[in-house]
Ligand binder design. Structure first.
Ligand code: HEM
Length: 294
């Protein structure tokens, strides 16, 4: 069986860095991808390909589509696509910086660095609000089933799709809430991480209960907190064997099903949004770009 990039299914690292790149008009994208592929082991570096890059190479990846921008009262859900995305994983920010520099150098004839965002683990998998994130993630075989493409042929099997959104928290607003109101944002108790029955329908865990969708909307979330100066929030990262589950979740969060908007929006906002295709691993411990014609 084709192997996925192992970082997708592995536990979160302590430190991370996200890079996104735009295509330069005159560059040779295929040559740049060939140059960067040996740096992408799928573990310390996970790679995602945006739709504009696939199209530039004359390819449509089945299932890779444009991120759906939308709006709710008082907030935008923006689409901020990019051509190439990397999730660098490790425990030493110096190592991540140097890896990022090598990746930038490898692709720079055809791609311009667009965003760099450092992220980290807060406690054990906690969001910066203090709430534990990832509790209801599928594990083991269920995680493979939720996140990894199968049955579509060589070059696609073992791949994955990822939705990435940088959310910026409004810490002052969050801190003004009572303990009960904070728990009602998430639908879980901060004290013991338990879901509670009388959580409001707008509570995040109620909105996104994965089994309550038809078909069930399981995703493998690998989100990590970020900070920049005095700002901070969560880089929401959800891997799926398709983008359907993420879209169903987001639709319900934004009131698209029943008009009820997720309480999360009272304390945080997405400031970016993009989809990428994460190719499978090939031979020689590097990513398999055969589906892109390489
Ligand atoms: C700042 C943004 C977000 C924060 C802080 C956040 C935080 C949380 C927390 C604390 C939980 C409960 C524990 C757990 O099961 O992980 C949770 C659950 C979940 N979240 Fe989020 N989340 C965010 C955005 C999103 C988005 C954008 C989606 C999908 C579109 C999403 C999908 C889910 C799912 C599927 C669950 C598990 C629900 C279940 O099956 O019980 N989250 N989130």
């Amino acid at each position: 069986m084709s192997q996925p990039q192992s970082g997708i299914l592995a536990a979160l690292p302590r430190q991370a860095r996200y890079l996104s790149f735009e295509i330069l008009p005159e560059g040779d994208a295929a040559a740049a991808l060939g140059a960067v592929a040996p740096l992408i082991d799928g573990d310390t570096a996970v790679m995602g390909v945006g739709r504009s890059l696939a199209l530039e190479l004359g390819v449509e990846i089945p299932g890779l589509r444009d991120f759906p921008a939308s709006a709710i009262p008082g907030a935008d859900i923006p689409a901020t696509p990019a051509a190439l995305w990397f999730w660098l994983r490790g425990d030493d920010r110096g190592v991540l910086l140097h890896k990022a520099r090598r990746i930038e150098a490898a692709v720079k004839a055809a791609f311009r660095l667009h965003t760099v965002l450092d992220a980290f683990q807060h406690g054990k998998s906690r969001d910066l609000t203090g709430y534990e994130d990832g509790t209801e993630n599928p594990r083991d075989e269920a995680a493979v089933d939720a996140a990894i493409v199968a049955g579509q042929g060589a070059g696609l099997d073992g791949g994955s799709f990822v939705a990435v959104q940088q959310w910026q928290h409004q810490f002052d607003r969050f801190e003004q809430l009572s303990a009960g109101e904070k728990d009602d944002v998430f639908g879980r108790r901060l004290s013991d991480n338990e879901e509670f029955d009388d959580a409001p329908p707008a509570a995040h865990a109620k909105r996104t209960a994965q089994e309550s969708f038809s078909p069930p909307a399981f995703v493998v979330r690998r989100s990590m907190p970020w900070t920049d100066g005095m700002s901070g929030g969560l880089v929401f990262v959800a891997f799926g064997r398709s983008l359907d589950a993420f879209e169903a979740l987001l639709k319900r969060m934004t009131g698209g099903e029943d008009g009820i908007v997720d309480n999360l929006f009272t304390i945080t906002r997405p400031v970016t949004g993009a989809y990428y295709w994460c190719p499978p691993m090939g031979g020689g411990g590097q990513v398999d770009l055969s589906r892109l014609g390489l």
